[in-house]
Design a protein around this ligand. Structure first.
Ligand code: TRP
Length: 334
């Protein structure tokens, strides 16, 4: 890498992404890739901490890789790879386990939440999840880690582990900073606009998936909940319309003020239709490109192999340093 700051971003290949994920993260990559050395990792090992159907996991991994590429991730500028392809991730996890305490891991909010949600499968991986995540980050000496607010605690732990290791064995890891996306990413449910848009909502009309076709998008916006009154204007007592104004603005590249002006005097029904059109105009070409890429799994395999090779080179540099510092003998090549 060439002296630019390093960004590592990780996402689990576990099902659909919504336009909230797109606006909050994926959309900003284009610019990011020039300014930073970016590593985009699919955290496939993390998904195994809850039950996965193996065939679904394979399909989801291809889907998400293709979606990333379709959204403009450039595999020449950035490193795109699978966590499971670079064994240094699990190897560093072991070392970091020796400086992690069960107390701090069992106190993690996500561990507690998931233990309740998956009470029949509280496994060691679920508890060790943040240590694997710390390994993901520390291996690449990442400066910045873009995360959702729900991962903040895990990043704090990563920093703690880095500092703890550095104090015990001398300076080894860069202590990373979190980057938590801006408010522009706050997209609410189309059905209950006081709730965040979520891919796990039982009501499929509540969210727009990156895999929805134009008809589906139009239908969902038509059914979107609005508020009393008839003006297209943001207001605290108009969460439905406010959400739609934000969505339209983000997809049409306008400010909310411009959107309000543009739709002055227009009916809710018309505005909902225009919002659907603006969203579909962005999503449809991405979906088409993703589906085109998915037809050639061999090509995706090749890209992931190239990504793994680049990632592995960087990761092994750190791992070797770590092994040496803790006193493991270097393996001599014969
Ligand atoms: N735990 C993250 C999530 O579910 C995904 C992840 C795994 C990650 N490893 C990472 C994110 C490293 C950032 C850096 O959102």
């Amino acid at each position: 890498m060439d002296g630019k700051k390093v960004i590592l971003s990780g996402i689990q290949p576990s099902g659909i992404l919504t336009i909230g994920n797109y606006l909050g993260a994926i959309r900003n990559w284009g610019a990011m890739q020039d300014e930073y050395d970016c590593l985009f990792m699919l955290a496939d090992l993390h998904t195994l901490t809850v039950k996965q159907d193996p065939a679904c996991l394979r399909a989801n991994t291809y889907e998400l890789t293709a979606l990333y590429l379709a959204c403009g991730l450039d595999p020449v500028k950035s490193v795109l790879f699978l966590q499971s392809h670079v064994s240094a991730h699990t190897e560093l996890t072991w070392i970091l386990n020796t400086v992690s305490y069960p107390g701090e891991l069992s106190r993690m909010t996500q561990f507690k939440d998931k233990s309740l949600k998956h009470a029949d499968n509280i496994n060691m991986g679920l508890m060790d999840y943040p240590v694997l995540m710390a390994a993901d980050i520390l291996l690449y000496q990442a400066d910045v880690v873009p995360i959702g607010a729900d991962q903040k605690q895990h990043l704090e732990l990563t920093r703690d582990l880095a500092i703890r290791f550095n104090n015990r064995y001398s300076e080894t890891f860069k202590v990373p900073e979190a980057y938590i996306g801006k408010v522009g990413a706050k997209i609410y449910s189309l059905q209950e606009p006081d709730k965040k848009m979520s891919k796990s909502d039982e009501n499929v009309n509540a969210f727009i998936s990156m895999d929805d076709d134009t008809d589906t998008i139009m239908r969902k916006f038509k059914r979107a909940v609005t508020d009393s009154g008839s003006e297209i204007r943001r207001a605290e007592d108009k969460p439905g319309i406010t959400n739609l104004i934000n969505i339209y603005s983000l997809f049409a590249n306008k400010t909310p003020e411009e959107t309000e002006k543009e739709f002055d005097g227009v009916s809710y029904a018309e505005f909902k239709m225009r919002t659907g059109e603006a969203v579909a105009a962005v999503i449809e070409p991405i979906r088409a490109e993703k589906n085109r890429l998915l037809k050639d799994k061999g090509y995706i395999d090749q890209l992931l192999a190239q990504g793994a090779e680049k990632a592995e080179y960087l990761a092994n540099k750190t791992l070797r340093k770590v092994y040496k510092k803790v006193g493991l003998l270097p393996r001599v090549r014969i």
